[in-house]
Design a protein around this ligand. Sequence first.
Ligand SMILES: Nc1ncnc2c1ncn2[C@@H]1O[C@H](COP(=O)(O)OP(=O)(O)OP(=O)(O)O)[C@@H](O)[C@H]1O
Length: 257
Amino acid sequence: MSVLEVDALSINFGGVQALREVTLRAGEWEIVGIIGPNGAGKTTLFNCVTGFYSPTSGRVRHRGRDITAMPVHARAALGIGRTFQNVGLVKNATVLENLLTAQHLRIGYDPVTGMVGGPATFVEERGLTDRAHQLLELSGLAGHAHARVADLPYGLLKRIEIATVLATDPDLLLLDEPGSGLGPEEAHSLGDTLLGLRKEFGLTIVMIDHHVPLVTRISDYVYCLNFGEVLAEGRPDVVRRHPEVVRAYLGEEEAAS
Ligand SMILES: Nc1ncnc2c1ncn2[C@@H]1O[C@H](COP(=O)(O)OP(=O)(O)OP(=O)(O)O)[C@@H](O)[C@H]1O
């Protein structure tokens, strides 16, 4: 069974058809890349999957369950985690505080007793802190736990955001341009981190990015959107060299790189 299934999804904004009959699958442990020109509908697709937008037609399923009409918070509770194009962190707090806040929001925190979780699942605060440190380590952020987010370079913020979403324990991670603003080495290293996180947590990752070498290297399967439609899909190297993808998006040079 697929972790995420999007079936014939369409959405209109006034006269603009942002998505037209888009069908996409992401299986257990898979990394699925989404590429395509600006305005192709990539972020709109994430907004439909996470419940920020209601599609005009089509269905969204998580592990076989139809979630098309489910509110945003309920989808998050099911295990759909997401990062945004613009980093959404509490800049004045430390990296660790950002992660702990996300954990508390996920499982409930009683400020009087200092306990988290429901009565049957009380977990010591210590356990959460240990887990947060483990996530920081696996996200390539060891040593930055007590740094204020505002004092850290942009290249690390994307990683902190990913670690913060992982603190909510998702099984499906939607990443909106994690490689944007990163140089080739930083993007390569982020790719290694994502492969490691997938292996450690058995995650399914769907990743939008314009950083084609990153997408091609770590994705199992790639979709290219253009004007709200799936222009091409398949193995990364096949999609990268697809004549329509080269024409509409990549150009000869990038396709060959
Ligand atoms: N809330 C909205 N209201 C009106 N139009 C919208 C809305 N959200 C998206 N659109 C339109 O839908 C189309 C797809 O936008 P979207 O942001 O999904 O593209 P994208 O592929 O993510 O682009 P980029 O790579 O630049 O982030 C665009 O024409 C955009 O203007």
